[in-house]
Each structure stands twice: as C-alpha cells, then as structure tokens.
Design a protein around this ligand. Structure first.
Ligand code: KG4
Ligand code: ZN
Length: 339
C-alpha cells in the first residue's frame, strides 16, 4: 500500500500544534506552540485567551510543521484535526483551518477524537504495539479505563464520575501553592515528601468497580489544609503532595489491575498528560512485572497534548474509512467511540 502522509492539527486546549505523520507511526515533524506561560498568570486556562492565541499562531505552526517535514501541502494525502472533546472556541480554530486546507487542496478531511489521539500516541512510541490492549487514559479532562479491542474500536470499562485525575492534581497543586500546571509540580515536590504522612482516602464506586472518583481525595486534602491552618500548624507541602499522589496513583493502578484480572488481557498501555507521572509509571511497572504483563507508555512529550498523536489516530481512522464533510463542527463533549 502507498504511504499515507497526514498533516494533523490540534487546538483543543492551550497548545497550538501541528505535525506531519506517515502511516500513523512515523513522525516527520512535531510542532507545539504552548500557551502555558500566559495561562499561568491566571492560575489555569482562560478559554477566550486560548482561542485568540490559537488563531494568532496556527498558520505559523502549520508552516513550520510542513517545512520541518521537508514537504508542502502538495505532498499531504489527508488532513487530521481534533474536533472534540475540548474548549469549543479553541477547537473551532483548528477545525476551520483544517477545512480550509482540505477544501483548497481537495484532499480528505478526518476529524479526530482527542482522547483517541492520546491512545494512539503509543503507536508512535512503540512501532510494534498492536491491539488488543487495556488502556488507562489519564489527562486533565479525562480518566478512562478502556479496552482497545482493535484499531479505532474502544470499549469503555470505567471512567471518572467527577474530577479527572489531572484536574485533581491541578486543583490540589493550586491549594498547596504550587501553581499551574499542577501535575508536574506535585510530581516533583512529592519526590522530597513522605507519602505516608497523611492517609488520604481512595474512593470506590459501588455499582461499577472500574469507575473513579477523585473529588473525595481532593476535598480531604483541602479539609486537612484548612484544619491545620486554623490550628496554626505547619503544612509540609512535599508531604501533602506525596500523600495525595500516592492515593491517586494506587487507585489508578488497583483499578487497572482489577480489569486485567477480569479480562485476562496481557498488555497495559498508559496515555494522557498524567501518564508522565513518575510515581504512576513506577507502580505500574512493578505491578506489571509481578504479573508478567507487557507495559507501554509514551515518552513525556507524547503524553501531553500534541498533534503527532492526532496524526496517528487520523491515519487509523482514514484506513477504516472515516471521512468528514464540510459540515464538520467542534463537539466540546465528544465521547470516545462516538462518530
Ligand atoms: O493530556 P493533557 O496534556 O491535556 C488534556 O487533554 O487534558 O493533560 C494535562 C494534564 C494536566 O492536568 C497536568 O497537570 C497533568 O496532565 N500532568 C501531570 C504530569 N504532567 C502533566 N500529572 C501528574 N504528573 C505529571 N508528571
Ligand atoms: Zn489531552
């Protein structure tokens, strides 16, 4: 089969990104323009600012992705673009851009689910990885435990009922004064802290053993901080970070291992921004070794938002026959597996 070269665009949150990816696995370019410094000033992502920055940056980012790949739009076989989930104004910038290019060059348009993109980052990281496998997707907006039955075929086993794992990291980091984005800062602070200093809860969901809830542990941290402050007691940030992280990481690993036992699957894959957490990777590695499971995870730059993962997902969707029309719209709450 002929090579398929895809130009991919990602603008669902605070990164404007474009990449050129061949056959879903080979990266010719990977350009990310991050707005993190700007949003840090406000303690989190400000949606309107995100959209405005995307529209300012997107042509430069695409131009660079093409020149880094040593190609022009004439060499591109299809355009892949994130159309959900995410911030509507931010998504619309990427979708409108992708449509304009596909229309002008008369090439196929493939809308991509951002969560599917996170999963597909693993196909780029490890060129031999093939479904079926169990995937834990842990990002700022989503916590999903998914059986990837085949390319583009997902069975959701469980998800968060409230805060996503990354969201809990970000909220706790803000409360203990570490700032935004919280995940990497908690990860770093926790290395100098005692994970057993506080006994934060690990919530279980009665009617689905694979669902998650992180608002309880977040509230427990906030209550502990308030109680200590009222009593004039000292708070050791590193200990809070380490104890909170332990609760979240153990919950995620326990739930995933339960799914391994129920399904008999032999491969486990991590995806999403929180997948770069060092404690999470370490515990997963240990538990997988104990059980003789193959364990896969993307390098940190492929864990957080990027367009390479969208280029990979777009390729597998393209091969599966997915094509979007000129009526493609942003879908802020798009679910995994929905078309
Ligand atoms: O996947 P991502 O880039 O964006 C979404 O699709 O949401 O994930 C961003 C999330 C943020 O909540 C960030 O705090 C978290 O991933 N994160 C981490 C780490 N690096 C990023 N959380 C824990 N430990 C990390 N090392
Ligand atoms: Zn993401």
């Amino acid at each position: 089969m002929e090579d398929v070269k895809i130009l991919a665009i990602e603008s669902s949150c605070d990164e404007t990104a474009a990449a050129v990816v061949v056959n879903g696995r080979e990266v010719l370019s990977n350009v990310i323009s991050s707005q993190i410094d700007l949003h840090t000033l406000y303690g989190g992502v400000v949606p309107e600012i995100a959209s405005r920055k995307h529209i300012e940056n997107i042509n430069f980012v695409i131009e660079k992705a093409l020149s880094d790949a040593g190609c022009t739009l004439d060499d591109i076989d299809a355009i892949g673009v994130t159309y959900g989930p995410g911030l509507v104004g931010a998504l619309l910038v990427g979708v409108a851009e992708a449509k304009a290019i596909a229309f002008a060059k008369d090439i196929p348009l493939v809308g991509v689910n951002h969560i599917e993109g996170h999963v597909c980052a693993n196909y780029v990281e490890d060129k031999t990885l093939e479904p079926p496998f169990l995937c834990l997707i842990v990002s700022g907006g989503h916590t999903h435990l998914v059986m990837v039955e085949d390319y583009c075929q997902y069975k959701i086993l469980g998800k968060s009922r409230d805060d996503a794992a990354g969201e809990a990291f970000d909220k706790v980091a803000r409360a203990i004064g570490l700032g935004y984005p919280g995940g990497p800062k908690i990860d770093k602070a926790a290395k100098d802290g005692n994970p057993n200093a506080y006994d934060f809860p690990k919530a279980k969901i009665a009617d689905n053993p694979f669902d998650f809830s992180f608002s309880g542990v977040k509230s427990a941290v906030l209550n502990e901080l308030n109680a200590r402050t009222m009593k004039g007691e000292e708070i050791v940030t590193e200990d809070v970070a380490a104890s909170f992280q332990k609760s979240v990481v153990e919950t995620l690993v326990e739930r995933a291992m339960l799914a391994v036992e129920e399904t008999g699957v032999k491969k486990i894959v991590l995806a999403g921004g929180v997948a770069s957490n060092t404690a999470l990777r370490k515990l997963f590695k240990e538990e997988c070794e104990k059980r003789g499971l193959d364990f896969y995870y993307p390098s940190p730059e492929l864990c957080t938002d990027n367009a390479v993962m969208i280029g990979s997902a777009a390729y597998f969707e393209y091969k599966n026959g997915t094509r979007h029309g000129w009526d493609l719209n942003a879908i802020p709450n798009l679910k995994l597996g929905e078309k």
